[in-house]
Design a protein around this ligand. Structure first.
Ligand SMILES: Nc1ncnc2c1ncn2[C@@H]1O[C@H](COP(=O)(O)OP(=O)(O)O)[C@@H](O)[C@H]1O
Ligand SMILES: [Mg+2]
Length: 225
């Protein structure tokens, strides 16, 4: 299995009068098509690890490799471009833009990447929404959706540029258990039917047991992967 994301002896220390070690010597390899959970207690460093994997933060030591390519030498502009083209993000709060329709929200990453015509973007956004059972909501504003629908719209937006890896930080934190399981089933379907690599942070063992593998972290250290 070829690796989508790897870390090599990755450490992240926040500088300051009292430096804070967020992640210590993390060695990980996440294969293409894997559906992986990052689990651990509150404050253990799950979000910190996801941000490093998602190139939203940089290690103090060691490296993050995307498709086996080192990223540590890249400038912030190049990292932003790489995130846009290769990574999709879903957070606990959906961050959909309230003044735009669901369809327009899903098209935003495509517009930023600028590879498709307007018609092709619209067709693709509709196809993504349809695959998530959201075609009836395409013209609505985010405020007109239920919580579960908003997260599905956020997932569609995260998939807009066919990311190598979908990264999600507690994406079900605001959902009831039925909608939470629904989101995990969507992720599993993406991995198993389409070979989508998915990395999801959750502190809920009822949800993480539905993934292929769990990376367990305690006090910034990977204790089981
Ligand atoms: N910017 C920051 N400044 C100081 N401490 C931080 C900062 N970000 C995270 N931390 C601390 O690092 C630890 C790990 O945080 P985080 O990755 O958010 O954990 P988790 O997502 O598992 O709850 C926590 O103890 C948190 O308080
Ligand atoms: Mg967190």
């Amino acid at each position: 299995m070829s690796a989508a994301l790897q870390t090599l002896n990755m450490t992240r220390i926040l500088p300051g009068p009292v430096p804070v070690t967020l992640i210590e010597h993390a060695n990980l390899s996440i294969g293409k098509g894997e559906f992986v959970a990052i689990t651990g207690p509150s404050g253990s460093g799950k979000s910190s690890l996801l941000y490093l994997l998602g190139l939203l933060d940089r290690p103090t030591e060691g490296s993050v490799m995307l498709e086996e390519k080192e990223t540590s030498h890249l400038g912030s502009g190049e990292l932003a471009r790489l995130r846009l083209a290769k990574l999709g993000f879903v957070f606990q709060f959906h961050f959909l833009l309230p003044e735009f329709s669901v369809l327009e929200n899903v098209m935003i990453p495509m517009r930023k990447l600028g590879r498709l015509s307007g018609d092709a973007m619209k067709t693709k956004a509709m196809r993504l929404l349809k695959s998530l059972g959201m075609e009836g909501e395409a013209r609505k504003r985010p405020e007109q959706l239920s919580g579960g629908q908003r997260q599905r719209a956020a997932i569609a937006r995260a998939l807009a540029n066919d990311p190598l890896v979908l990264l999600a930080d507690e994406p079900t934190g605001n959902l009831d258990s039925k909608n939470a399981h629904n989101v995990f089933e969507i992720f599993r379907g993406l991995a198993e039917d389409q070979g989508q690599t998915v990395v999801v942070v959750t502190h809920d063992p009822h949800l993480s047991e539905h993934t292929h593998r769990q990376i367990h972290i305690v006090d910034g250290r990977i204790v089981d992967a």
